[in-house]
Design a protein around this ligand. Structure first.
Ligand code: HEC
Length: 213
């Protein structure tokens, strides 16, 4: 134990080179500021080592970044952007139904229409258009009159981008993914010709019937 202690003591002394207390006279300078005097202690080796390391690193860094043009922030940034872009491409490839416009057409499979119907309630469309599409705050979706245009493309676009400003129909593309908006638009189109309990009077001058282009 005593051996150990002296080892630590010796190490500490080596790293600090501190002057023993009581021997201040040995390192006292003749500087005297209103009675405050200055000791000329050596820089502690632990500090010096750290300082030399930073100097060495700065030289290495300078050569790498400025002389050899490697590992600079620009390169790191570009590498990360490239990596992120590759990841986006991969994600698009893995989820074609979310991104490709190719398959962006009205779905007719009854299973898809059921999904659209479920989403119509789940995404609170019913709050303004009622469960049967008869309309309240929002227009009647069962008639042949459209404010913003009928047909899959227009309806999909209205759901995605919203209605006229201030009318209450928001752009849902921020909160509903493309696939679900496709299911919703497909479902909305099937409402035409059904008989809601309390149909709102037709609104809009655009006439579109199922089967029209
Ligand atoms: C806060 C009320 C509100 C909610 C919720 C709402 N809508 Fe609307 N919706 C409206 C209003 C109001 C309009 C008419 C917009 C206009 O006049 O520009 C409209 C218009 C539409 C139209 C176009 C009708 C036309 O005549 O051109 C469609 C399609 C539609 N909404 C579908 C949906 C779907 C699908 C949802 C759910 C994701 C939804 N709406 C949620 C209020 C709402």
């Amino acid at each position: 134990m005593s051996n150990n202690e002296s080892f630590w003591k010796r190490l500490l002394k080596k790293l600090t080179k501190a002057n023993e207390l009581g021997h201040e006279e040995d390192v006292m300078t003749d500087h005297d500021y209103d009675g405050i005097r200055e000791l000329d202690n050596v820089l502690p080796p632990w500090w010096l080592i750290g300082f030399y390391i930073t100097v060495a690193i700065s030289i290495f860094y300078y050569i790498m970044v400025y002389a050899l043009d490697k590992y600079g922030q620009d390169d790191e940034y570009l590498a990360e952007v490239a990596q992120a872009e590759a990841a986006i491409e991969q994600y698009k490839k893995d989820n074609p139904e979310l991104f490709s416009d190719e398959n962006l057409v009205a779905l007719t499979d009854p299973a898809d229409i059921e999904k659209g119907k479920a989403l119509f309630t789940e995404k609170t469309c019913t709050a303004c258009h009622l469960i049967d599409g008869g309309g309240s705050i929002g227009p009647n979706l069962t008639d042949e009159h459209w404010i913003l245009g009928g047909g899959f493309k227009n309806v999909f676009n209205t759901i995605s981008k919203g209605g006229r400003p201030g009318k209450g129909m928001i752009a849902w593309e921020a909160t509903i993914n493309q696939k679900d908006r496709q299911l919703l638009a497909s479902y909305v189109l099937t409402l035409q010709g059904t008989t809601p309990a309390t149909p709102k009077a037709p609104e809009g001058d655009i006439i579109w019937k199922a089967g029209d282009e």
